[in-house]
Design a protein around this ligand. Structure first.
Ligand code: HEM
Length: 339
């Protein structure tokens, strides 16, 4: 991460580069940066995908799927997305042939196409590779981006909290080496800040649609087998019945009196479900949390986030985030003061 001292900066580019680099590494085992062969294509893919997955567009095309064959502006985006996907796959194929020790899931998936099941059929095909890669990129990009951009904006308005985070990072990691994943369990405040950010913003306001596999009772209501359920994390995380002052950012709600993270069995932790629940919960939870830890601990080690010069910075209010399938903060600027 390269930071410029004290100038006003829009952190969106820094965060995008960080996330796209982790996706590149996941896919192909290496990262090539924002000018490399993959990131510009991935950025176009995400922008087009986000426009397509807006609730309005989704409602129209779900009601009348044939519209995608007509030359309407949104239908053209479908075709653009397909063409960008193909260019990404072609690039991955070229990169996978380079003589290089690092491997990503693209190599693993390609190898799996050679394996045959008991009927002699390939275990997975090119369509499966396409589905897996673009599901992972789609599910991992906006979610992690929204979290990091929100936590930067939240911290910029809380210099006292930043001081405490910097103290924790200095004591556990110091300034002479990069943070490691093994440091995470020793940084309870940082963990609590991330959890509270995810609760506060609840930027995946409704989860993936689920269906009941048997008849059951939820909160006194009978629910038949095969009923579609749409869990609502926004309500879960902002209910005054369960959260004291839900629209105030209070990381201490996840800490005990000694400043240690509450155990996962504590009722407060059990009410926190930013990654969904059960076996169809978020597949990328561990990956996302580890990247967020590395990003935030490195940032606190290197810099203090300050308000921009000459313009106001509003505190993040989750009710005013940009609507979409994954809510995002409004554009803003901050200053990074190198420590
Ligand atoms: C802060 C970051 C993230 C948040 C808040 C988040 C949240 C969620 C939520 C709420 C769900 C729906 C769970 C349910 O319906 O019960 C989900 C599903 C999923 N997420 Fe994430 N996610 C994040 C990052 C990631 C990343 C980085 C990846 C991949 C690299 C990923 C991959 C997936 C996949 C594949 C699913 C679908 C799982 C299934 O249907 O079996 N997510 N995520």
């Amino acid at each position: 991460m390269t930071l410029t001292n004290s100038a006003n900066v829009n952190p969106f580019e820094i965060v995008d580069e960080f996330i796209l680099s982790t996706i590149e590494t996941l896919f192909i085992g290496r990262r090539f940066g924002r000018e490399g062969p993959l990131q510009p294509l991935m950025k176009i893919e995400e922008e087009l995908g986000n426009r397509l997955s807006s609730p309005g567009t989704d409602a129209v095309y779900s009601a009348a799927p044939f519209l995608r064959f007509l030359p309407l502006p949104m239908s053209l985006i479908f075709h653009e997305v397909k063409s960008v996907h193909q260019r990404i796959l072609d690039t991955l194929e070229t990169l996978s042939k380079e003589d290089c020790e690092e491997k990503g899931i693209y190599h693993t998936l390609k190898e799996a196409t050679e394996e045959k099941d008991e009927n002699g059929e390939p275990c997975i095909n090119e369509d499966n590779i396409y589905g897996i890669l673009f599901n992972l990129a789609g599910a991992g990009y906006l979610t992690t981006r929204g979290t990091l951009l929100s936590v930067i904006q939240i911290l910029a308005k809380r210099p006292g909290l930043q001081k405490l985070l910097q103290k924790e990072v200095d004591e556990v990691i110091g300034r002479d080496r990069n943070p490691r994943l093994s440091d995470r369990s020793k940084c309870p405040l940082l963990e609590a800040v991330v959890m509270e950010t995810l609760r506060y913003i609840s930027h995946v306001p409704v989860f993936v649609l689920h269906s009941t596999s048997q008849s059951t009772t939820i909160g006194g209501y009978n629910v038949e087998k095969d009923t579609v359920i749409v869990p609502n994390s926004w309500t879960m995380h902002h209910s005054e019945k369960h959260w004291d002052e839900p629209f105030r950012f209070k990381p201490e709600r996840f800490l005990d009196r000694d400043g240690m993270l509450l155990p996962a069995t504590n009722p407060v932790r059990k009410r926190f479900a930013a990654f969904g629940l059960g076996k169809r919960g978020c597949l990328g939870e561990v990956f996302a949390k580890s990247r967020i830890f590395l990003f935030l601990s490195s940032l606190m080690q290197m810099a203090t986030i300050d308000e921009p010069e000459g313009k106001p910075l509003l505190d993040l209010d989750p009710r005013k985030m940009v609507p979409g399938i994954v809510l995002q903060p409004q554009e803003y600027e901050v200053r990074f003061l190198l420590r």
